[in-house]
Write a protein that binds this ligand. Structure first.
Ligand code: PEP
Ligand code: MG
Length: 590
C-alpha cells in the first residue's frame, strides 16, 4: 500500500464514508494541527516593546510569504487568484490597521498574537456579514491573514496556509481547524477519522465543502501535491486519477450543478405535502452571514443558531456588545420570522482555549453545554443579556442545549431573570419573556418530555446527540460509526415519544439534528406528526422536493409499518422504498 501510494501517476481507488456532498478535484495539502493557547500570552509592561518588534517582524515575514505564494500561483494559474494575494498584501500594509494593533498591544497588556487574533477576527466578522459575495471572500482572506500572522508570531510552521486551491488531507479536523483555512482555496476535506455527525462535518456541509472520511490511516501516505478526487456523494477517494477519470467526475460536478439549479427553481413553491399539509422548513446556521443563505433558500426562519462558533472562531470570549451586534443583526434581518438562538454548547468536541474541557476522559459526558453555562454564570449571563437586548429587534427564541433535568431549566430561568435585572439596573433596554425552548437530545429529556413540556415553550430534537446518547456511541468515533444510526428503532422510539408529548401539550416540536434533512427519514418523521424541520439552508430545496412528493397518508402508513421492524437496516429499506416510488434523481440527494 505504502509503496503504491507513493508511485506517481498510478490511479488508486479507495472507498471511505461521504460526510459532505459534492465532488472535489485538485491537489492534496497535508495538514497537521498545531496546538496554540493564545490566552497564556499576556505580557508584562516591560515586554511591550519586544511584542511590538515581534509584530513588525511578523508583518515582514508574512509579506514575504505572500509574495512568494503569489509568484508560485501566477506561474501555475496565471492571474486568476492574484486578487486574493493583492487584497491580503493591501491589508498587511494598511497603516490604520497597523496603528490599531500597535496601540492595542501597548494598552491592553496582551501579547501581539492575542491582539492580532482579536482585531483581525473582528474585521473578518465585519466583512463576512456584508451582503456582497465579494466582501465575504475578502473576509476569508482576512481570517487567513490572521492565521498567518499568528503563526509567524508564535514561530509555528504555517500548516493552515493554503495558497492555491487544494484538498485538505488530515488525520482529523476539529471544528476550529475547519474554519481556519482560507475558504477561497479549500476544495475538499479528506480525513482518516471523523464521524458524519461530528461538528467538523456539519461545518463542512455548512460551508459546502465536499468531505470524505477514509476510516484508516491514509493521510500521511498521500504525498503533498498529489492529484486527488473526492466523491462526497459515495465516499470515493481517487489518488492520481487518469484524465479519463477526471473527465468523468467533471461531468458529475456539472450534472450536480444542473440538478441543484433545477431544485432552486422549485424553491418558490409552497412547502406542503401532496395532500396540502403544511410543513415548516427552518434553517440551522453557525455564522451570521448565513442569513443570506437562509433567505435565498426561503427558510421560514432560523430553528437553530449554534452560537459557539463565535467563541471557537475567536478563540476567546466575545463580549456582550460583540454578541449583541451579531444577535441583533440576525433578529433584524429575519423579523418577523423566528431566530432561535441556542445558548453556547461548548464541550464535547468544541473547546474554548483556557477552559480545560479537553482534559476530560469523556468530554461528551462531561462539562458541556448547559452544565458548563450553569457553572460559569458570568459567561452565561453575558450571552443572555446580549440575547435579551437583541430581542427588541426581532422574534428571538432562546434554546437551551443538552438539558437532562428540570433543575437545569429552573436555574436557567433564574439566570435569565438575573440577566434582565442587571440590564434594568443599568438602564439598558431589553425584551423580557422570550419563548424558551430546550433541546431534546439526552434520553433523560426525551423520556421526561411530558413533564418537561410544562416548563418550556417548545422542543427541538437534537438527533445527532440523541443518537449518540441512546446508543452509547460517540458521534465522532468512526470505529463505531457503522452502528451510529438514527434509524435504530430505539432512537426512533425516543423521537416519536417526544413529538407526541410536545404535540399533546401544544408545545411546538422541531427536529434540528442532521436527520431532519435525511431524505429517507423525512416521510417517516412526517408520519410521526413532525411538522417543523430545521436544517442546513442548502438542504431546504431538496427537502421541499421530498415533502411535496409524498402523501401524508402514505407517511403515516410507513410509520405504522415500521413498528413491526426491529433493525435499523430493515427500517431504512422500508423508508427507501417509499422515497424511490415517489422521488426522481435520488443519486444527488444528500
Ligand atoms: C444535535 O445534537 O442534533 C444538534 C442539532 O446539536 P449539535 O449538532 O450542535 O450538537
Ligand atoms: Mg447536540
Amino acid at each position: 500500500m505504502k509503496t503504491d501510494l507513493k508511485t506517481p501517476l498510478k490511479e488508486i481507488v479507495l472507498h471511505g464514508r461521504p460526510t459532505s456532498p459534492g465532488v472535489a478535484i485538485g491537489s492534496a495539502f497535508q495538514f497537521h494541527a498545531p496546538k496554540i493557547n493564545l490566552n497564556e500570552l499576556k505580557v508584562k509592561s516591560s515586554n511591550i516593546a519586544e511584542e511590538l518588534d515581534f509584530f513588525a517582524n511578523a508583518i515582514l515575514k508574512v509579506a514575504q510569504q505572500l509574495e512568494s505564494s503569489q509568484k508560485a500561483s501566477e506561474q501555475q494559474y496565471g492571474n486568476q487568484f492574484s486578487e486574493i494575494f493583492e487584497s491580503q498584501k493591501a491589508f498587511l500594509k494598511d497603516p490604520v490597521l497597523i496603528k490599531e494593533i500597535e496601540e492595542e498591544i501597548r494598552n491592553s497588556g496582551y501579547g501581539a498574537a492575542f491582539v492580532v487574533s482579536k482585531i483581525l477576527a473582528d474585521k473578518g466578522d465585519y466583512f463576512i456579514n456584508l451582503e456582497s459575495a465579494y466582501f465575504r471572500d475578502r473576509a476569508y482572506d482576512i481570517l487567513d491573514l490572521k492565521q498567518q500572522l499568528i503563526h509567524a508570531l508564535l514561530g509555528i510552521d504555517t500548516d493552515y496556509r493554503l495558497d492555491k486551491p487544494s484538498i485538505v488531507v488530515a488525520e482529523m479536523l476539529s471544528p476550529s481547524d475547519t474554519v481556519q483555512f482560507n475558504r477561497n482555496f479549500i476544495l475538499g476535506f479528506l480525513t482518516d477519522k471523523g464521524g458524519e455527525n461530528s461538528h467538523a462535518a456539519i461545518l463542512a456541509r455548512g460551508l459546502r465543502i465536499p468531505a470524505v472520511v477514509y476510516g484508516h490511516s491514509l493521510s500521511r501516505l498521500i504525498m503533498p501535491g498529489s492529484q486527488l478526487i473526492l466523491d462526497g456523494f459515495n465516499g470515493g477517494i481517487i489518488i492520481n486519477p487518469t484524465p479519463k477519470t477526471i473527465a468523468h467526475y467533471e461531468e458529475i460536478q456539472k450534472e450536480h450543478q444542473r440538478f441543484e439549479h433545477q431544485l432552486l427553481k422549485e424553491l418558490e413553491l409552497p412547502s406542503q405535502t401532496k395532500d396540502g399539509t403544511p410543513v415548516h422548513l427552518l434553517a440551522n446556521i453557525e455564522f451570521a452571514h448565513e442569513i443570506n443563505d437562509v433567505k435565498q433558500n426561503h427558510a421560514e426562519g432560523v430553528g437553530l443558531f449554534r452560537t459557539e462558533s463565535m467563541f471557537i472562531e475567536k478563540r476567546s470570549l466575545p463580549s456582550e456588545e460583540e454578541q449583541f451586534t451579531v444577535y441583533r443583526q440576525i433578529a433584524e434581518q429575519l423579523a418577523p420570522s423566528p431566530a432561535t438562538i441556542r445558548t453556547i454548547d461548548l464541550g464535547g468536541d468544541k473547546f474554548l482555549e483556557n477552559y480545560s474541557q479537553d482534559d476530560e476522559l469523556n468530554p461528551f459526558l462531561g462539562w458541556r453545554a448547559i452544565r458548563f453555562c450553569l457553572d460559569e454564570p458570568e459567561i452565561f449571563k453575558t450571552q443572555l443579556r446580549a440575547i435579551l437586548r437583541a430581542a427588541l429587534y426581532g422574534n428571538i427564541h432562546i434554546l437551551i442545549p443538552m438539558v437532562s433535568s428540570v433543575n437545569e431549566i429552573i436555574r436557567t430561568k433564574e439566570l435569565i431573570a438575573e440577566a434582565g435585572d442587571e440590564l434594568l439596573r443599568k438602564g439598558v433596554e431589553f425584551k423580557a419573556d422570550l419563548p424558551l425552548g430546550i433541546m431534546i437530545e439526552t434520553p433523560a429529556a426525551a423520556i421526561m418530555a411530558e413533564e418537561l413540556a410544562t416548563y418550556v415553550d417548545f422542543f427541538s430534537i437534537g438527533t445527532n446527540d440523541l443518537t449518540q446518547y441512546v446508543l452509547a456511541i460517540d458521534r465522532t468515533n468512526d470505529k463505531v460509526s457503522a452502528a451510529y444510526t438514527t434509524f435504530n428503532p430505539a432512537v426512533l422510539k425516543f423521537i416519536a415519544h417526544t413529538i407526541k408529548a410536545g404535540t399533546e401539550h401544544k408545545k411546538p416540536v422541531t427536529l434540528c439534528g442532521e436527520f431532519a434533512a435525511n431524505p429517507l427519514a423525512i416521510p417517516l418523521l412526517l408520519g410521526m406528526e413532525l411538522r417543523n424541520f430545521s436544517m442546513n439552508p442548502h438542504y431546504i430545496a431538496e427537502t421541499k422536493k421530498i415533502v411535496r412528493s409524498v402523501d401524508l397518508q402514505a407517511c403515516k402508513q410507513l410509520y405504522a409499518d415500521i413498528q413491526t421492524l426491529h433493525t435499523a437496516d430493515a427500517i431504512e429499506e422500508k423508508c427507501r422504498a417509499l422515497i424511490k416510488a415517489n422521488v426522481q434523481n435520488l443519486e444527488f440527494l444528500s
